[in-house]
Design a protein around this ligand. Sequence first.
Ligand SMILES: Cc1cc2nc3c(=O)[nH]c(=O)nc-3n(C[C@H](O)[C@H](O)[C@H](O)COP(=O)(O)OP(=O)(O)OC[C@H]3O[C@@H](n4cnc5c(N)ncnc54)[C@H](O)[C@@H]3O)c2cc1C
Length: 371
Amino acid sequence: MAVQTALSTQCDVLIVGGGIAGASLGARLAGDQRVILIEAEDLCGRHSTGRSAAFWEASLGAGPARRLSFASRPMFEAGWPGSSTPLLRRRGTVHLTGPHGDRIEGAEDLTGEHALVYLNRAELDRMIPGLREQWTGAWYEQSCADIEVAAFHAACLAAIRRDGGEVRTDAALRSAQRSGGAWEVETAAGPIRAGILVNAAGAWADDVAVRAGVPGIGLQPMRRTVVQLRVGRDGLRDLPLVTDLHTSFYFKGEGDRSVWVSPLDETPVEPCDAAPEEIDVATAIDRFEKAVEWPVEAVERKWAGLRTFAPDRTLKLGFDPGEPRFFWCAGQGGMGIQTAPAASLLCATLIRGEPLPAELAGIDPADFQPR
Ligand SMILES: Cc1cc2nc3c(=O)[nH]c(=O)nc-3n(C[C@H](O)[C@H](O)[C@H](O)COP(=O)(O)OP(=O)(O)OC[C@H]3O[C@@H](n4cnc5c(N)ncnc54)[C@H](O)[C@@H]3O)c2cc1C
């Protein structure tokens, strides 16, 4: 006989969005708050989180976002929040130098294990045979790693449930109204009364805010495409991430004879179930063929996802100044996976109203204020 479990209609914190932003914050809070996470889709992770290129790179981003990446690294290495699979796998990045110059923004911050090592052309050829001649050398960033995104996301959702929280799919937020000290929320799966409403709805975060009567902050989803190519060359699985200083492409090994290639497209779109455009797929192949001499045999897979940015391209983590029970966890752009362990700790600390823990030393919440 099927056992019916009654769904709670009350919680301390209602998290809207089951991607990595919402799931990681839920994992931080569920131990001492009654948490419900609601996801519009039938499965958490269908949108940006399930479509990333899955790497952790120290040189990505600048200033405050980079500090979140650095604070996240040891948390990934420790398997937070209880993953039985290692969450990072060392890959390395080769930043090709030549036509686009040789400067990496904020290179002076990259020290110790994140330091860049210069490779001349002969050293580069030994690492990646078949590069075309325009590349005069490269900066090698050895600490770049693949993130096991699916395992990380699943561990976060499991932690919410293990600690007594609920994860509800097919449960889109439709509207939310403040009533005294609480939110009365209508969802596709019924009403919920919540003390704090967390907006972790990715590309839809402005839409969710407006549904709660809070003005949007001008978030802009940008489409990005990735193509998996079969190449006439083997031994590619552990190929480093290779990029022209993140100017027009990156590629990295996937299978023995396949690579993931992105043309670094950044097309502004409305929030949607993003799909790749033929022009972006063709551009990816063209840029790959202009970078290496390896023959492209087939397009094995292609997909697109949304990277959502605030106007100043900084993550927005904090209570809305005009609505103190409405918390933003949005604008993760292209760094939402690699910053999630520290960003979720920062958000949980702000929600609890506690001082920042030692793991977040050097991070200033003011840098992430929503408005
Ligand atoms: C091609 C590509 C490559 C990338 N590569 C990397 C990388 O290598 N490293 C990295 O760190 N980051 C990378 N990113 C960025 C990263 O994927 C995002 O920053 C991150 O996934 C954002 O997570 P999120 O939870 O905010 O959004 P999402 O995963 O999109 O989750 C938001 C969720 O909210 C739900 N939702 C929306 N409206 C409602 C509603 N009304 N009610 C309930 N639920 C709702 C949506 O269905 C969705 O599931 C990449 C992104 C793309 C597209």
